[in-house]
Write a protein that binds this ligand. Structure first.
Ligand SMILES: [Zn+2]
Length: 591
């Protein structure tokens, strides 16, 4: 069989069907034409439409052969007579092939009009095959129209087009139309396997699967790609060779990287990605393959099991990842790569973009649809109402909302009511509400309100000026930090003793100004940066327990104490991260 290879002929040509039985994937077209020939119902104009490379031109030649076979008109032309052989070689004087793309002018059509006045030289019919007929100009179409309306008995037109909608309706209505379809992946694979056998090359199924998939329904494209692959594959076509030579990432490579990402092994993910780049796989190709991966998994999740739709063999699909990710998450993955593909050409570095996107995929699992989120929040609310969810709060830097909560107000400060609307002086506060007397946990379904912070200081200063306390307002510049205490009051820490003393004198006004800015009363305690040593009682239970455990001494300043406690519960900075003990995994970072 090696002789077949030495006299090289492209597979698409070699495998061109010489008989309708060999025309693959167009059963309807074949049976209709066969019947018409058998029953001698011959039209004078045929219009073959459909995607490229699915057999339109081949069918036109087959039809010409069938009509002109010297052994009689037949759906199975002999293939041996003069006419059959001439047509197969494209050398028949009575079968004229015209490329509509390069013969578009009205003059070309006029030439045809003149020619058709002469009967066929040696055959039954004079047959014009006009490929890409939609490319003809309007005037050419008009000239053609008159010709096909009343052609001589011996004239047959076979038009072929990939763009049926561009062929004028007047032409279409005068033709017998055949729509050619894309050829199934399965059928293409079969044909490829047979092509490989013809030239004694071993071909792995996954390799042929890949070629068939790339061909997207076009037999000709499949054969062309097959030839390309066969050329570098030696006597064995494998997916590995294809991947190396054509620099594609492929489903399994992408699958491996994404598995690594989702299992948190970013090191492996980036190394594997780097390897793909090193192999010469382009950023576009990786992006395309990754989009393909998510599309496949999404369709699989929807219940699709047909490999020609999935574009991947079933055994390659990672079930674990399909079940790990929700539909929304798979959609998000697909969307991310599709939009990256659009953006790649504007990118400073396509490679960076891809690396960034793969990094971000690590959080794909945390992605929740708005519906699920709303449901979870509802569940959480219900849980809080029933008491089954406990919101634990060690320090309340950011989640504190005490002054708007009714019960809180009660526990927090009895004097507040008496002194309202005048804010009470705060000197006595520390004795009244030592932090550690607070309950370690609350049940609280508070709304998300704005907390008093450094950002509010400029406004407070402005308000203070308006209240006639311009000097005090200026000292607000010395506010070093604002931190919330467990009882809902705020420590306003000042860096300068002068500022501290001045503001201390205007403490009532400061409180009022803050309340005016925030829209609710805020308890404040002014402090100077360097505070005196405080007793262990000023620390929370946890801190004292820690001290008992580690020994040593607790921090000397209130600032330090605060910092320590803040560090301790860093996660609580985010209201969303409420430690819901038993509800669900809204926050996946739960300790
Ligand atoms: Zn013949």
């Amino acid at each position: 069989m090696s002789t077949a290879r030495s006299t090289y002929e492209v597979t698409a040509t070699r495998k061109r069907p010489q008989d309708f039985d060999r025309l693959v994937g167009q059963d309807f077209v074949v049976s209709t034409l066969e019947n018409a020939i058998k029953e001698n119902r011959i039209a004078h104009a045929y219009l073959f439409s459909g995607p490229r490379g699915v057999g339109k031109t081949s069918s036109a030649r087959l039809l010409a052969k069938s009509l002109n076979c010297e052994k009689g008109m037949s759906a199975h032309p002999c293939g041996e007579c003069e006419s059959c052989r001439a047509i197969a070689k494209g050398a028949s004087v009575d079968v004229i092939e015209i490329d509509g793309a390069s013969n578009t002018s009205v003059n070309d059509i006029r030439a045809i009009k003149e020619e058709i006045m002469f009967p066929p030289q040696s055959s039954r019919y004079k047959i014009y095959i006009i490929d890409e007929v939609h490319m003809l100009s309007t005037s050419a179409f008009n000239a053609l129209l008159k010709t096909i309306e009343e052609p001589p008995e011996y004239i047959i037109f076979i038009f072929a087009t990939t763009e049926l909608q561009k062929v004028p309706a007047t032409i279409r209505s005068r033709c017998q139309q055949f729509r050619f379809q894309l050829i199934s992946q399965e059928l293409i694979m079969k044909c490829l396997a047979s092509a490989a056998e013809d030239i004694s090359i071993k071909a792995d199924e996954d390799a042929l699967f890949w070629i068939a998939k790339e061909a997207t329904g076009s037999m000709r494209d499949a054969y062309t790609l097959f030839d390309q692959v066969a050329a570098f594959s030696g006597d064995h076509i494998t997916l590995q060779k294809i991947r190396e030579k054509l620099a594609i990432a492929g489903f399994s490579a992408i699958s491996g990287i994404i598995s690594a990402v989702l299992s948190g092994d970013m090191k492996k993910a980036h190394e594997d990605l780097a390897e793909l780049f090193a192999d010469g796989v382009s950023a576009e190709q990786i992006t395309k393959d990754a989009a393909d991966y998510f599309r496949t998994l999404l369709l699989y999740k929807e219940g699709i099991r047909r490999t020609d739709i999935l574009g991947s063999a079933l055994q390659d699909i990672p079930e674990s990842i399909v079940s790990l990710l929700t539909r929304e998450q798979l959609e998000a993955g697909l969307k991310a790569f599709l939009s990256l593909y659009r953006d790649l050409r504007y990118s400073l570095s396509p490679r960076f973009e891809i690396e960034l996107l793969f990094s971000r995929l690590a959080s794909l699992r945390n992605l929740t649809s708005p519906e699920i989120l709303v449901r979870k929040i509802e569940d959480l609310k219900n849980g809080v109402a029933e008491g089954s969810v406990v919101i634990r709060r060690t320090v309340n830097k950011a989640i504190e909302l005490p002054n708007i909560s009714e019960e809180k107000k009660k526990e927090a400060d009895l004097t507040e009511k008496e002194s309202a609307p005048e804010m009470k002086a705060t000197e006595e506060m520390p004795e009244e509400i030592p932090p550690q007397e607070e309950e370690p946990s609350y049940e609280d379904s508070s709304e998300d309100i704005r907390l008093f912070s450094l950002d509010d200081i400029p406004q407070v200063a402005e308000m203070l000026s308006k209240m006639g306390k311009a000097v005090a307002a200026r000292y607000l510049d010395a506010v070093e930090r604002i931190s919330e205490n467990e009882d809902g009051s705020y420590f306003i820490t000042l860096s300068k003793a002068l500022a501290y003393n001045s503001l201390k004198l205007a403490e009532k006004e400061v409180s009022k100004a803050i309340a005016a800015v925030m829209g609710y009363p805020v308890n404040i305690k002014l402090r100077l940066e360097e505070e005196k040593e405080i007793s262990d009682d000023d620390f929370s239970d946890d801190m004292r327990r820690l001290k008992g455990f580690l020994g040593g001494k607790l921090m000397k300043t209130a600032e330090e104490k605060e910092n320590k406690e803040t560090t301790e519960i860093k996660g609580a900075n985010d209201y969303e991260s409420i430690r819901d003990v038993e509800a669900d995994e809204l926050d996946s970072e739960q300790p």
